[in-house]
Design a protein. Sequence first.
Length: 126
Amino acid sequence: MKKVLVVDDSATMRRMIMASLSGLQGIEFEQAVSGLEAIERLTLTRMDLVVLDLNMPDVHGLEVLKFVRAQPSLGQVPIIVLTTRGDDDSRAAALMHGASLYLTKPFDPRALAPEVERLLMQGTPA
């Protein structure tokens, strides 16, 4: 079973992301409502992929991304940034700090699932 952590301060957005990925086989979801909670979950539980918003009330998603990439045990976890920030600077910063993919909201649910599947297939077996 592959674990996907969905990090967004919006419960509606978390539900939308999980619904769009529900057709994928062998995936178990965990949720975090803040950057701080995401860091906590990532340090306590092995995740196979993270879907991460940038705009959160406590720890910005970019800081979460930097933290994850600085940890030897987490460095290879694919991270999809899914955010309302469509500007070139935000995109460049996220990709420079190790985002596997950068998508903007609103997103096409039919486009997210194949990307998640592709990134999970590139990873190591559970």
